[in-house]
Design a protein around this ligand. Structure first.
Ligand code: SAM
Length: 228
């Protein structure tokens, strides 16, 4: 890194060396830059870049899924907060949980570096928490209108994921059996609707009480509840 002067910088550097040594990190004016030298690929999480998608939020499928406004949404798989940003931009309050420390540090740093007033207003309505979503669900008595899950899914062969998603995939871990258990326990504990984002061809949650499925070309959003 160019300036290793904060604890977060050190931690990020060491964590990446351990988790994915092929990725290096350096600090730039816009935020942390991740670099995958072999793939000749680098990435900085710049949340101002979400302006375009937010400006088209009315045509986003979330606008169909969340029919009301002022909803309390728990985003259990925060990642780089793209989905949380769209959901918040539609007039909802979002609590975002992320359990990967590398992702969490990069996200918090990116939030500090927001320049756009529009994006800042949207992130002002997103509460960011570090930790395992199941731990959070076990201890909170707050009511959420919807609980949202977007666990990592396999790469679609027909489309190359964005650089953001490629780096996210490298940094994070995923276990479908653990994910299923998290959703089952959430359904037992919380009396609200759950939305699961999946690859269009995934059938991992067929045994749940599916209310409806919103389909797009590559992904689908499955709405489930605990009425079974
Ligand atoms: C596919 S990404 C989510 C992308 C996100 N929806 C976005 O728009 O940027 C999945 C994220 O969920 C996180 N995650 C997985 N299991 C989790 C858990 N049990 N608790 C909290 N976060 C989790 C991963 O670390 C990863 O960052």
């Amino acid at each position: 890194m160019q300036t290793k002067n904060t604890t977060a910088d050190f931690f990020l550097d060491l964590s990446l060396k351990k988790k994915c040594p092929e990725i290096t990190v350096s600090r730039k004016d816009q935020g942390y830059q991740l670099e995958h030298k072999k793939k000749n690929m680098n990435f900085i999480l710049v949340l101002d870049d979400y302006e375009k998608i937010v400006s088209q939020n009315k045509s986003h499928i979330f606008n169909k899924i969340f029919k009301k406004r002022n909803l309390n949404i728990l985003d259990c798989t925060g990642g780089f907060a793209r989905d949380a940003c769209i959901i918040s931009s539609l007039g909802n309050k979002v609590t975002l949980i992320e359990n990967n420390p590398i992702v969490s540090i990069i996200l918090r740093d990116a939030i500090k570096n927001i320049q756009s007033n529009k994006i800042q207003t949207i992130f002002d309505k997103i509460l960011v928490r570090f930790g395992n979503c199941l731990d959070f669900i076990r201890q909170t008595d707050k009511f959420y209108d919807y609980i949202y899950f977007d666990f990592m899914f396999n790469v679609s062969k027909s489309a190359l994921p964005s650089k953001r998603d490629q780096f996210l995939r490298k940094i994070t871990t995923n276990n479908i059996e653990i994910n299923k258990e998290i959703i089952k326990e959430t359904l037992q504990r919380k009396n609200c609707k759950i939305i699961i984002k999946e690859h269009i061809k995934s059938n991992d949650y067929m045994d749940l009480n599916i209310i409806t499925t919103y389909k797009e070309k590559i992904v689908k959003y499955t709405l489930v509840d605990n009425n079974k």
